[in-house]
Design a protein around this ligand. Structure first.
Ligand code: ATP
Length: 247
């Protein structure tokens, strides 16, 4: 399998616009191998555009993007095929893997990893939203991609399911480390998951604050560093009403 340390993402003076609308202006960004970077910022500032540029779905107008390693994207709505079982959906994640390597991937292990071992023969409509996102996670972890690009993957779930998915992702990354770029509007999620939070300005997006969080995952919502990170993100986003953040 590929050396996980090899994956790295770099934006060098990236400029992008749609028509006349400049979305990114000379954005510099570096994500180290194995790092979990969370992007937060105002709606429409260009977070999804950054992921699409990182995945190669779109090309920048100017500037250079370096991506060492293969990337898979997880979206807000799960991308499972409704006519395939969970195992078959997860198996699709192995499409890019050469036949002789496929036997290295144990489907049971993947399903176990996301706590869906008994649901391999179920169809997506027989699962809850959280279970579907877990199946999606197994699908993107299957195969040999080193980079996960996650675009508000848990935002369609209810609060309890979101909390569960955060600790699930933390646990999965502990077992199968990946380089992750994660977009969210949820500052709790950012503070609980990120090694580094990048707070973006409004369009054209620049990085107005970088925040490293060193406490190991999984992290409690009331952990000092998590609470402090939430405070700083709120302040940076101009949402200074900190009364809802636990003292
Ligand atoms: N394909 C496109 N064509 C034209 N304009 C686009 C396109 N995609 C995005 N935009 C515009 O570019 C800007 C940035 O969009 P983007 O989706 O990257 O922002 P975002 O930060 O992810 O937003 P949100 O937080 O609301 O999801 C927005 O003004 C959006 O309307």
């Amino acid at each position: 399998m590929r050396d996980k340390q090899a994956s790295k993402l770099v934006f060098d003076k990236v400029y992008h616009r749609y028509g006349d609308v400049a979305v990114l202006e000379n954005l510099n960004l570096e994500v180290k191998a194995g790092e979990v970077v969370v992007l937060v910022g105002p709606s429409g500032c260009g977070k999804t555009t950054i992921l699409n540029l990182l995945s190669g779905h779109i090309a920048p107008v100017s500037g250079k993007i370096t991506r060492e390693g293969t990337a898979r994207t997880v979206y807000q709505q799960d991308g499972l095929f409704p006519w395939l079982t969970v195992s078959e959906n997860v198996g699709i994640g192995l499409r890019s893997v050469k036949d002789e390597k496929r036997r290295d991937y144990d489907m049971t292990e993947l399903l176990e990893l996301v706590n869906l071992k008994s649901f391999g023969n179920h169809y997506p409509h027989q699962l809850s939203g959280g279970m579907r996102q877990r199946a999606e996670l197994a699908r993107v972890l299957a195969g040999d991609s080193d980079i996960l690009l996650m675009d508000e993957p848990f935002s369609a779930l209810d609060y309890q399911a979101r909390l569960n998915m955060r600790s699930e992702l933390a646990r999965v990354l502990e077992k199968k480390p990946r380089t992750v770029v994660f977009v969210t509007h949820d500052i709790e999620e950012a503070a609980q998951l990120a090694d580094r939070v990048l707070v973006l300005s409004k369009r054209p997006a620049t990085i107005c604050r970088e925040l490293s969080i060193t406490v190991p995952r999984p992290r409690g919502l009331a952990d000092d560093e998590v609470v402090e990170a939430m405070r700083m993100i709120l302040r940076e986003l101009g949402l200074n009403n900190t009364s809802s953040v636990p003292e």
